[in-house]
Design a protein. Structure first.
Length: 226
């Protein structure tokens, strides 16, 4: 029997409340456990942080690492960037001889491969950032106005946003109880369609449409509480 400690991370409180980011990670972890780990896989703990991957002070990750070490278990994450976006931080974990680490999305990767992947990912992020800054500087030099919207565009966006908020409020009494009860996005979409409730565009509900509505519902709820 192989023991596993699961670690998940989302960057924002809204993702944590809605479960949207966590749902995808749970799917990947389950696929690994049911496929690669085999029937003897035993999950002894699950830890979740709601913090940016750029930060090193993540208490739940520290707990997960210690729990895995203490039990001689495998620390399992959905993707490498759920551990961190900093290659030095990941390297320290990979070099810890007392820690067994597996990445569900890269089931065949050993420590060396994971280290290389982390380094390449960080290099790519740095390049994208530099390229974006250079493009903005060139646009500014050509006299392109950055950061502003025309008045008509602002008004149109406000109208669209207000309508989307109203539609989300309309379905909240159905969507939130189902979600709190553990229903999947697809199940909720089917329930709305079966009830004859149309999307804002007059079509049938999809998991993606439900996800967007949930995000708006959660955002409005947190705003009203604040």
């Amino acid at each position: 029997m192989t023991d596993f400690v699961l670690y998940r991370r989302v960057s924002t409180a809204q993702q944590g409340r809605s479960g949207l980011g966590l749902e995808a990670q749970a799917r990947d972890l389950d696929l690994y456990l049911s496929g690669r780990a085999g029937p003897d896989a035993n999950v002894i703990g699950t830890y979740t942080d709601i913090q940016s991957g750029a930060r090193a002070d993540r208490p739940e990750l520290a707990k997960a690492v210690q729990a895995a070490k203490d039990a001689g278990a495998v620390l399992l994450v959905a993707k490498l960037d759920r551990l961190s976006r900093n290659v030095a931080f990941i390297a320290n974990l990979l070099e810890d001889a007392d820690l067994q680490l597996r990445v569900a999305a890269m089931p065949d990767a050993d420590r060396f491969a994971l280290h290389v992947y982390a380094a390449l990912a960080e290099q790519e992020r740095t390049f994208i950032s530099e390229r974006t800054k250079a493009a903005l500087a060139m646009a500014k030099a050509r006299g392109v106005r950055l950061g502003g919207l025309r008045p008509n565009t602002v008004r149109r966006n406000e109208h669209v946003s207000a309508k989307a908020d109203a539609d989300a409020k309309r379905i909240a009494p159905i969507v939130r109880p189902l979600r709190n009860a553990g229903a999947s996005l697809r199940t909720i979409a089917k329930a709305l369609t079966d009830e004859g409730i149309e999307t804002p565009r007059g079509g049938a509900w999809t998991a993606t449409a439900v996800r967007r509505a949930l995000s708006r519902i959660e955002a409005k709820t947190s705003t009203s509480i604040a």
